[in-house]
Design a protein. Structure first.
Length: 452
């Protein structure tokens, strides 16, 4: 608290009220505007020099390092074309806040814990109070919807409960919009998030209309997390669990195609939403759509991901890997696959914190099932050799096959790896039976290995 008071009273200093006051407007301006960031690192952060700020969809070239002084103070100025999310990061930790033409100055305090930056604190920002309340509401809605993940929404009574939750959410978001009238949240996000009342009359109506929002053609819409929320809620809760129709997604992809920037952003977000849901049927449909509409697939990175994933998704045959182990001997994945009941392909980076935390959790599973037909083949991203050897010594078990990628990390691309660590389980016939990320691997492995 003392640090916060010092920050407010001393570090930032007095700022004229005329700088922050603006006349009330019914709509948010979309012309180029300037923002200033004035902040301080409140506690002892060992990597102060690594703090950087940038636009949500900006390139790395546009990211600005803060270079705090010895007191931890920093300032920055940006000219922006569009309102939306701004980020700060230190190392791999990223946090977001909302900027708009309505507010010119953002007073920010950053604090550290033992591992990384904690969420930033933004003072006197009405836009961010509104945005945080909006995010909190959506988080609560998603938590409410989780209760319906395994339920049959075709049942009238169950859908009535489900739609009641959605109606309640919409009432609260409308109240929030009135509370923060003229904010970006009130003028852009709440209207874009609303579902028509008639669409809540049945699950069929909701499924037909949930993604039919013309706002998906507006590139400014993608400057926040809302598109991700809508896509994920649809994939996880609204769509029928047995429905592999791609019609709703094709509709929204066609809408977004009116604007190349919107199309690029939507295509990537849709890939991530489907991948996160583990709906292999929908991912196959997306891959088929991409192949059938090469003129509409404008996001080359998403195209690359889809092409790679189509060759390495569940039910596909594994792709062989041949890399050198710690002794310089070439070790092939196929040798493990053909001599085991299950092979766990583990892809990681030796200096990745999630990898350091997750891989040791595999050791008890290895101890239990190595004699029953399990093999573990780990592929490390190209890194310092000493770091790699130390990782193997501290975080793996004897008997694992450990190899390191070459300079290109080409095998990561073969398996369409987008996060580390990643895990691919392969059966004795060479078929991929599961793809997993860090928080899933232990439970998923136990499910497959229990019958051994």
């Amino acid at each position: 608290m003392k640090n916060l008071l010092l920050f407010l009273l001393l570090a930032i200093g007095p700022i004229a009220l005329s700088q922050t006051k603006t006349k009330a407007k019914s709509k948010i301006a979309d012309t180029k505007f300037n923002i200033q960031i004035q902040g301080i690192v409140l506690d002892n952060c060992s990597k102060k020099s690594d703090i950087a700020f940038g636009e949500f969809h900006g390139s790395d070239a546009e990211v600005q390092k803060m270079n705090p002084n010895t007191k931890g103070e920093f300032t920055a100025s940006y000219w922006l074309k569009e309102p939306g999310l701004f980020f700060y990061r230190i190392g791999s930790v990223t946090q977001y806040f909302l900027v708009s033409p309505r507010e010119k100055i953002y007073k920010i305090g950053l604090s550290c814990n033992s591992k990384a930056l904690e969420p930033l604190q933004i003072f006197n920002s009405t836009e961010n109070k509104a945005y945080q309340e909006f995010v909190n509401l959506n988080t609560l809605l998603t938590a409410d919807f989780e209760n319906y993940r395994a339920k049959n929404l075709n049942d009238t009574l169950i859908f009535k409960e489900f739609s009641s939750k959605l109606r309640d959410y919409q009432k609260k978001s409308s109240a929030l919009a009135k509370k923060y009238a003229n904010s970006y949240v009130a003028n852009r996000l709440v209207p874009a998030d609303r579902v028509n009342e008639v669409d809540l009359s049945s699950i069929q109506k909701l499924r037909e209309s949930y993604l039919k929002r013309q706002v998906f053609a507006d590139q400014k819409f993608y400057n926040t997390m809302l598109p991700s929320y809508l896509l994920e809620n649809y994939v996880n809760f609204v769509i029928d669990k047995n429905d592999n129709s791609f019609a709703a997604f094709e509709w929204v992809l066609n809408v977004a195609s009116k604007n190349p920037t919107s199309a690029k952003r939507l295509q990537d977000l849709l890939f991530e939403a489907i991948k996160k849901s583990k709906r292999q049927d929908l991912m196959r449909s997306y891959s088929n759509w991409e192949k059938a509409h090469p003129d509409k697939m404008v996001n080359e990175i998403t195209k690359f991901k889809l092409d790679g994933l189509s060759k390495s998704m569940v039910d596909a045959q594994f792709i062989n890997i041949a890399l050198k182990d710690t002794l310089g001997n070439t070790r092939e994945l196929k040798d493990a696959v053909t001599t085991s009941k299950y092979t766990l392909l583990t892809i990681y980076n030796p200096d990745c914190s999630h990898c350091i935390e997750t891989l040791p959790k595999l050791i008890p599973i290895w101890d239990k099932y190595q004699s029953k037909g399990l093999k573990i083949y780990t592929v490390a991203a190209k890194n310092d050799n000493t770091l790699w050897l130390n990782f193997i010594k501290k975080h793996t078990a004897p008997g694992w096959i450990n190899v390191m990628e070459d300079q290109t990390n080409s095998n990561f691309g073969k398996y369409s790896i987008t996060s580390l660590p990643s895990f691919v389980l392969i059966d004795s016939q060479g078929k991929i039976v599961s793809r997993m990320v860090a928080n899933e691997v232990v439970a998923e492995l136990q499910k497959w290995l229990a019958p051994l």
